[in-house]
Design a protein. Structure first.
Length: 234
C-alpha cells in the first residue's frame, strides 16, 4: 500500500497541533491496548474512558484501556496462554517473551484502569487469562511525537472479565460506548481508525477472522499490511 498524501496536522492526532518535530526521534516503547467489547442490539459497545488532562500523551482523549509493557510483564505468571493466531500475530513483530508480555500488559492495564479482571487476583497479583484475547492491529506513533509507542491492539469479550468497574482515576467518564456512533468526547484519529478495524473484523464470520490480513498504522493514519518477515522493526 502507498503512503497517504500530505495533510495538515490535526489536534486529534497522536501529537498536539503545532507541536514541533523533536531534534532526536524518540524510540517507540512497546504498549498494549485492550478493546473489551459486548453486543448491544444489532451492534457492539466497547469499554473506553477519557485520559486525564495531566497525561503527557493524548490528554483528554477518549481511549481504550492500555499502556506500556513493563519489565515485570515479561515474567508474570498467567492462568492461560495466548490463543495460537493471536500469539503468531504478536510474534510477527516481537520475540515470544515480549509477545506474551504484551498480553499480560493488556490484562494488567485493564485491571489498573477499570477495576475489571481478565483473570484473577492471587496474593495481590493478577494472574492474567490470556486465552480470550484476539489480535486486532498495531499502530506506531509518528516520529515527530516526543513520546512514541509501538502499540498492539487486542480485543476480548466482556463475558471473559469479572469484577466491578471502578478504575483508578487514570480514565475518566469510563463506560460502554456504541461502535459507529459519534462519541460525546474527542477521539484521537488513530482511535477512530482502530474502531473501524474492529467493526470490520466483527462483520466477518468468526471462522474467517483469523484469516484476514494483518494491519498496522504508520504515523498519523497510513494503513499498511504487515510484511511477513518475523520480528522486523516497526
Amino acid at each position: 500500500m502507498t503512503d497517504s498524501p500530505p495533510r495538515p496536522m490535526l489536534a486529534t492526532d497522536f501529537t498536539a497541533a503545532g507541536e514541533a518535530k523533536p531534534e532526536k526521534v524518540a524510540r517507540p516503547r512497546d504498549a498494549a491496548t485492550l478493546l473489551l467489547w459486548r453486543r448491544a442490539g444489532n451492534g457492539y459497545e466497547v469499554l473506553m474512558g477519557v485520559r486525564s488532562a495531566k497525561h503527557r500523551f493524548m490528554p483528554q482523549r477518549l481511549v481504550f484501556p492500555g499502556g506500556r509493557v513493563d519489565p515485570e510483564d515479561r515474567k508474570a505468571p498467567a492462568l492461560s496462554e495466548l490463543e495460537d493466531h493471536t500469539r503468531r500475530a504478536l510474534e510477527l513483530r516481537a520475540a515470544p517473551r515480549l509477545a506474551r508480555a504484551i498480553g499480560i500488559a493488556a490484562a494488567r492495564e485493564l485491571e489498573e484502569e477499570t477495576g475489571l479482571l481478565l483473570g484473577r487476583m492471587e496474593a495481590g497479583r493478577l494472574q492474567a487469562d490470556l486465552a480470550p484475547m484476539r489480535y486486532l492491529c498495531r499502530a506506531l506513533t509518528p516520529a515527530m511525537s516526543p513520546v512514541r509507542f509501538n502499540a498492539r491492539f487486542l480485543m476480548a469479550p466482556a463475558e471473559a472479565v469479572t469484577g466491578m468497574m471502578g478504575g483508578s482515576g487514570e480514565l475518566e467518564h469510563l463506560g460502554w460506548y456504541k461502535v459507529g456512533e459519534t462519541p460525546p468526547h474527542e477521539l484521537a484519529q488513530i482511535t477512530g481508525r482502530v474502531l473501524r478495524e474492529f467493526a470490520a473484523v466483527m462483520e466477518l464470520p468468526e471462522a474467517e477472522r483469523a484469516t484476514r490480513p494483518l494491519i498496522w498504522y504508520q504515523g498519523r493514519d497510513t494503513r499498511r499490511l504487515e510484511r511477513m518477515s518475523p520480528r522486523s522493526p516497526g
